[in-house]
Design a protein. Sequence first.
Length: 123
Amino acid sequence: MPIARADSWKRLPAPAKRADLPFDAVYDADQYARLRQGRIPREMEDKWFIYLEDGQLCLHRSWTGTWIYALRLEPQDAGWRAAGAWVNRDPDQYGCTNLDVDHKQLARLIDGLLNAPLADEDD
């Protein structure tokens, strides 16, 4: 499983309309490695393209490439801290307007990455 990069899949840029999304988390080195691995869709049922670039975990819908979430990560002691999160608020791209729903969805997506098998660097 290759490590996801910005050019690994189609993606649209972050929208001008977005909202701050409260998100508090700290990740250890192993968890950060899993986040850095990201996710490249393999089949139609894979709904998310996720990659880490310049300290920002970007989450796009795989079918449309629409930017939905971003999570900024900063080094902290022996780990990484969530230092800010955003959600798309362009009504032409994303219909949800509930921050609680978005927080839960982002947490589920990150948990999925944290529980995924770690890829080899050579993949």
